[in-house]
Design a protein around this ligand. Structure first.
Ligand code: AHR
Length: 637
């Protein structure tokens, strides 16, 4: 039998529209978390990305996986830089510092996260130094190639022989640099020191941050998130939660408190992270965007396949209960008081906890289904009965009230083929789509591991296929808790995995909001509170859709995507109870090139057109959707 898509030109020639009638009741209440964010310290997305610190390798953090080094640092005027583990380190967490030795002007220069953005704004900096010195330091921002100084300030030394002293300063360039090939330097007069050298550590410089938070987040990336109206943040992973080894797991208590007390850790993505973006900063991120935290907790399993035996899980379960007390406990509890001492007396609310990450992979399923999930689930439920627990897979029998997390990385065609995937699930067990992305072209094999070679950026036909899949999820919005793209961010200067939702470099003006960002933004800004049943004279494909109502505005909403049609698809849409003369806004996203991508520093390829459609006789909205389009029609109350 010929697939219907091959008959479409004939249908189009006959002007036969897809007739869709939307009932006025009988659907389901939807989850209010439909589109969210995923964070997992990949692609220099935290350090070097969202975390606004401009200095790379600021505290020479390292360990057995990635030893301390002088990456990103170069000497000034022939100074000698050497890493040292002094008998009196800055802190036990930051044992390694740099000794800067010279004669006359000495110092060190940082290259930033592959560039530094310099503009007319206030930069806030600090550094620790040890050694007798009665002179001044000079902190400056300058062009790497020409040496042009954009800002410079003198910092009077308080440095003494036997102790580490923090120095603070600000820099306000009087002009913006024309590109990000800029550096940051600290210099001093070595002739005024005892032996021509001083020791430095934790050298930091921040631009203005989102909501002006100290130790805060990069404004352009926060804006790009805020603009798509996200509803949740899933963190801290992803594989990064698991760690490469049991010892390398993400440890919440090592990511909080003063920066000098955070040792950093080896990510699972080939680099050491500072953990400057730690648990408190994740929660502040949720607060600042008004999104629901979905907290991933470590579930006794590492990426190398090692699992903690059931008899030894006790301390790890206690660690999770401690983390929850830290986040949600009153200030009468020890850990609630600790949180208050870090500036957050008000407890946070945690409604969702996910146990582990992808425990169906790397031979984790057997231990997960036989004891690991149950042990963590039961302990959390006993102390926090209101928390909804999500398994990190859907391949298990859920206990009452629990749900799971489903991930999909696939080709566009395979996304479309899963339009009905969620019809099989039960609303009693909510499903999070914690990681989804079209990653490979149709007809190409998806190869994982070292040979992985995926699309550089989301591309338009992949985005439309994701839309079809998301429409299937929204039709089951009483079962599907929410959806997020993954990985979410990528620093183009150094990354491990493409494609991502947002890609960037050191220049905030070049950040790329992907084609999929447009999809999430359109769907997220047009959420409904209830789905509504539909009937049609046609079967699914090439037009896919869902309908619902938003009780807050009393608007009727129709979301659709057209995938692989040979002609425009005419649609005749009625909503039961919506009369002739009612107006609606129809927004249609298209792109000229099915393989087009939104690249860093390039212009946006997605066209968004909004028009007003008026319901004709019998309340029919007539309109037409082109091939490879995503659309939302919303009645104006
Ligand atoms: O998003 C990239 C990785 O893909 C995640 O860390 C992991 O959960 C998945 O395999």
């Amino acid at each position: 039998m010929l697939h219907k898509r091959y008959l479409l030109p004939l249908l189009a020639a006959c002007s036969a529209a897809v007739e869709i009638s939307v009932a006025s009741s009988g659907g389901n209440a939807t989850s209010n978390l439909q589109y969210g964010i995923m964070e997992e310290e990949i692609n220099y997305c935290g350090d070097g990305g969202l975390y606004a610190e401009l200095i790379r390798n600021r505290a020479f953090q390292g360990g057995s996986s990635y030893p301390s080094n002088l990456d990103a640092w170069i000497p000034v005027d022939g100074s000698a830089l050497s890493l040292q583990n002094l008998s009196k380190p800055l802190s036990s967490a930051l044992p390694t510092s740099v000794n800067v030795k010279g004669s006359g002007k000495a110092g060190l220069t940082n290259l930033g996260w592959w560039g530094i953005d310099v503009r007319e704004q206030k930069y806030t900096g600090s550094f620790y130094v040890k050694g007798t010195y009665n002179g001044t330091f000079t902190a400056s921002l300058q062009a790497n190639e020409t040496g042009e100084v954009f800002a410079s300030t003198e910092v009077v030394s308080k440095s003494v022989r036997g102790a580490w002293t923090q120095h603070e300063f600000t820099l306000t360039p009087s002009k913006a640099a024309s590109n990000t090939k800029n550096t940051f330097s600290i210099t001093f007069d070595a002739s005024e020191t005892v032996d021509g050298s001083l020791d430095f550590n934790l050298i930091s410089l921040f631009p203005p941050t989102w909501n002006d938070r100290p130790n805060g987040l990069r404004k352009d990336l926060m804006q790009a998130m805020a603009d798509f109206a996200p509803k949740f943040l899933r963190f801290p992973g992803g594989n990064n939660l698991e760690g490469d080894t049991l010892a390398g797991r993400w440890k919440w208590n090592e990511t909080i408190g003063p920066l000098k007390d955070r040792p950093g850790r080896a990510t699972t993505w080939t680099y050491q992270e500072t953990t400057g973006l730690g648990l408190v900063e994740y929660m502040e991120w949720c607060d600042d965007l008004g999104v629901e935290p979905i907290l991933g907790i470590w579930a006794g399993f590492a990426l190398n396949g090692d699992a903690i035996p059931e008899s030894e899980l006790g301390p790890y379960v206690q660690d999770v209960l401690d983390e929850l007390e830290f986040l949600t406990g009153s200030t009468d509890t020890d850990l609630g008081a600790l949180r208050a001492s870090l500036g957050h007396p008000e407890p946070w609310t945690i409604k969702y906890v996910e146990v582990g990450n992808e425990d169906n992979l790397n031979e984790g399923l057997e231990s997960y289904t036989s004891y690991r999930f149950r042990v963590f689930h039961d302990a959390i439920k006993e102390k926090y009965p209101d928390i909804i627990i999500l398994a990190s897979t859907v391949e298990l029998t859920f206990p009452e009230g629990a749900g799971g997390d489903y991930h999909l990385y696939d080709t566009p065609d395979n996304f479309v083929s899963k339009f009905n995937y969620f019809d099989q699930f039960s609303p009693d067990h909510p499903i999070l789509l914690g990681e989804i992305a079209a990653i490979q072209l149709n007809g190409r094999e998806i190869v994982w591991g070292g040979d992985a070679h995926f699309s550089m950026y989301p591309w338009w036909i992949g985005t439309v296929a994701e839309a079809v899949f998301l429409l299937g999820a929204e039709r089951n919005a009483d079962k599907v808790l929410g959806t997020t793209y993954a990985p979410f961010f990528m620093n183009l200067a150094n990354y491990q995995w493409s494609p991502t939702f947002l890609a960037f470099n050191a220049d905030p003006d070049q950040t790329a909001r992907s084609t999929s960002w447009h999809l999430y933004s359109l769907f997220s800004h047009n959420s409904f509170t209830n789905t509504l049943p539909t009937t049609s004279n046609d079967t699914w494909g090439p037009l896919y859709y869902v309908a619902g109502v938003d009780s807050a505005t009393d608007s009727h909403i129709f979301k659709a995507a057209v995938y692989n049609s040979t002609a425009d698809v005419p649609v005749s849409l009625t909503f039961d109870g919506v009369k002739s003369g009612t107006t609606a806004q129809l927004t249609v996203l298209t792109a000229d090139d099915a393989l087009g991508m939104n690249e860093v520093g390039a212009s946006d390829i997605v066209a968004s057109q909004t028009s007003t459609v008026t319901a004709g006789a019998n309340g029919v909205f007539d309109f037409s959707l082109p091939n490879l389009s995503v659309a939302v029609l919303k009645t104006v109350a």
